[in-house]
Design a protein around this ligand. Structure first.
Ligand SMILES: *[C@@H]1O[C@H](CO)[C@@H](O)[C@H](O)[C@H]1NC(C)=O
Ligand SMILES: *[C@@H]1O[C@H](CO)[C@@H](O)[C@H](O)[C@H]1NC(C)=O
Ligand SMILES: *[C@@H]1O[C@H](CO)[C@@H](O)[C@H](O)[C@H]1NC(C)=O
Length: 341
């Protein structure tokens, strides 16, 4: 009955809204043993109540103790070990023995300092990295709630915009600022043309471990939203979004073609007349003897052709007349030949 009364007293002292690592790790039984012989020096009377208050002041309302307790996932057991290593020997020592409160003050303050020093050496959680993703490693022990705090962010990250010139290369990375488990799966999905975060709009593109998505030569068909999702142990950890806009290269392509056309027309790409070239060559005349010979041969050739033509026409005329005598219907061509002559 007496013990139960102490328990209630203890509970009312320690389990207040601003609790601390002490109440997370030290059993009530041990606290009662520890405070059993607490003597108020001023009045020389035993007072357990004020011992509990002291514990509260030294551990619970001590911001340094709470900070020291903000260890990474899995290290709460280590915190418990450190604190019990300080408190348990005292509980053994002080149980059923009277001790002045000055002794308690000194011993408890030393215990708190030792706890702070040792707990700060434990691995810290890297913290929470906003704005998205399930961050398991971001869990931090909280000595006020005696629980790990999780980073409460949505799985979906905000969409990032990327623009690329048509035919140029572009890359997207499924990178997050927080640590990821070693075993994981990366799924890339694509929603053509649209800008979206709606799961049902996407189609799976690749599944594997590749966190880099490359488009060697962007075309208009690559335009749309890309989603990468990271899984570990069947659990989704994060979803990243990239909205890709491909800028058509029509104008650039046209001027490039024009340039190539111009260059192929004029080798060297310049129009510079050779000095004294063509004009002089045209003005220079051959010697007169050569000119005469040329003209003579040209005239001879002309006369010869005229002679042949004349002979041929006479011959043709004769044969046509002979033919016309045989066939009366073929007179017109004959008359035509006469007229031509
Ligand atoms: C507690 O302090 C008082 C006054 O200083 C002293 O007389 C007494 O012996 C001390 N008791 C113990 C148990 O140390
Ligand atoms: C991305 O583009 C969309 C329109 O396509 C625009 O509303 C948004 O503000 C852009 N975001 C950034 C970060 O530029
Ligand atoms: C696109 O590609 C061309 C050559 O292929 C390069 O000169 C240019 O810098 C690239 N532009 C961008 C924005 O990467």
């Amino acid at each position: 009955m007496w013990k139960w009364g102490l328990w209630v007293l203890y509970a009312s002292m320690l389990f207040n809204p601003s609790s601390s690592c002490y109440q997370c790790f030290v059993e009530v039984e041990d606290s009662i043993r520890l405070c059993w012989g607490h003597v108020l020096t001023e009045y020389n009377i035993r007072n357990v109540d004020s011992c509990f208050k002291k514990l509260g002041n030294i551990f619970n309302n001590n911001q340094k103790v709470i900070e020291a307790g903000r260890v990474g996932k899995g290290y709460d057991q280590k915190l418990k070990d450190i604190l019990n290593a300080e408190i348990m020997p005292m509980a053994e020592e002080f149980d059923k023995k009277m001790n002045n409160d000055t002794v308690y003050d000194e011993r408890l303050l030393t215990a708190a300092d030792n706890f702070i020093a040792a707990a700060f050496k434990l691995p810290r959680a890297s913290g929470c990295f906003p704005p998205c993703g399930f961050q398991a490693s971001g869990y931090v022990y909280n000595c006020i709630t005696c629980q790990y705090d999780s980073c409460e962010f949505p799985l979906d990250c905000p969409t990032k915009n990327i623009t690329v010139l048509e035919n140029n290369r572009t890359q997207m990375r499924c990178d997050v600022p927080f640590p990821l488990p070693y075993e994981m799966k990366v799924v890339w999905r694509f929603a053509e043309e649209i800008r979206t975060q709606q799961v049902d709009q996407f189609e799976e593109v690749t599944v594997g471990i590749d966190r880099l998505y490359s488009i060697p030569s962007a075309g208009l068909r690559h335009q749309g939203t890309y989603q990468c999702e990271i899984y570990s142990d069947q659990r989704s950890l994060v979803r990243l979004y990239y909205h890709l806009i491909v800028i058509p290269q029509v104008v650039v392509g046209h001027s490039e073609l024009q340039e190539i056309f111009d260059l192929s027309l004029l080798p060297g790409g310049q129009i510079v007349p050779v000095p004294g070239g063509w004009s002089l060559a045209l003005l220079r005349l051959p010697p007169p003897s050569l000119l005469t010979a040329c003209l003579t041969s040209l005239l001879l050739l002309l006369f010869l052709s005229l002679g042949i033509l004349h002979w041929w026409s006479i011959k043709k005329e004769k044969s046509d007349v002979e033919q016309a005598e045989d066939d009366p219907n073929s007179r017109c061509p004959v008359r035509e030949i006469y007229l031509l002559q």
